[in-house]
Design a protein around this ligand. Sequence first.
Ligand SMILES: Cc1ncc(C[n+]2csc(CCOP(=O)(O)OP(=O)(O)O)c2C)c(N)n1
Ligand SMILES: [Mg+2]
Length: 329
Amino acid sequence: MSDGQATTDVERRLYELMILMKAADDRLSKGIGTGEFMCVYWPSRGQEAIAAAMGVALRPDDQLVTTYRGLHDLIGKGVPLEEIYGEMMGRTVGASRGKGGTMHIAKPDKGVMLSTGIVGAGPPVAVGLAMAGKRKGLDRVTVVSFGDGATNTGSFHEAANMAALWDLPLVFVCQNNLFAEMTPTSDTMKLEHVAQRAAGYGMPGVRVDGNDPLAVKSALDDALSRARAGQGPTFIECVTFRFRGHYFGDRMPYIPKEQLAAAMAADPVPRFREHLGQAGICGPGELDRIDDEALARVEEALATVMGAPSPSSDELDHDVYARPIGFPV
Ligand SMILES: Cc1ncc(C[n+]2csc(CCOP(=O)(O)OP(=O)(O)O)c2C)c(N)n1
Ligand SMILES: [Mg+2]
């Protein structure tokens, strides 16, 4: 395959992932908004470029640790949509048979080792995973995805220090959507750029346009190569925006209208679609087909989930560390 063909395939794949992520997020929003189904979720809409780049840059055996805002990250790493929606809606087809919920989606055979609702809890776990990979002599890399706010927690700083000290094969991917819940990053951090924090631990810190999947992928490729070559961790700050608020239903009164309008005008998904058309990578017919396939894929997954039962009470004492004796049901 020529280099040109490989580049074209990568760009098409990035778009396929981005549009699937957008469709999955839009459908949740529509379904909850109309009362068609009920679940809690922390929307990722607007942050597609980062997750798509991770999906393309990471190898299947690379590991990922993410957060409650992980819908896009999970899709990128190949977790079937049925298992994501199923878990969010508490159905037996969910990745944890519907017993974990939106905040706790894991799929080890796809390398997704943890989703956590505890802000800042991912980095120390990722340090352990990366250390295990290194001790076993594997050349897999662990990537930990988290928000700007998480870099204000002590656990992030301890993890960054240990990862750098031990040259662990770890990539810190900070999805800087400029807010932590309702608080702008500038109210909680003296530094202008989150990536500046990396220097305090002796690892490279790079800042990229998190709405440009090619920029994110390029930074990831460098970081993954460094990690695989035994040169230690890298911190990547991907600057982006959160279109739907902290949780679904958050009306975002704290975000100035002009700021939101400007962010939405720079929506990474149509922006990349336009790029593919202008660069002659995909014709309009092909782009339409990719869009239609994403919508159909989401409907198919939703239908499977809606037709699946919730776990029965018999499941209560399954998949636990210790089986209680005479567990009351
Ligand atoms: C240890 C801890 N403290 C506080 C919270 C409440 N909380 C949930 S999300 C959040 C903001 C996190 O912001 P950021 O890390 O930027 O991620 P984002 O939600 O923007 O993706 C906070 C404070 C929590 N879940 N865990
Ligand atoms: Mg944030």
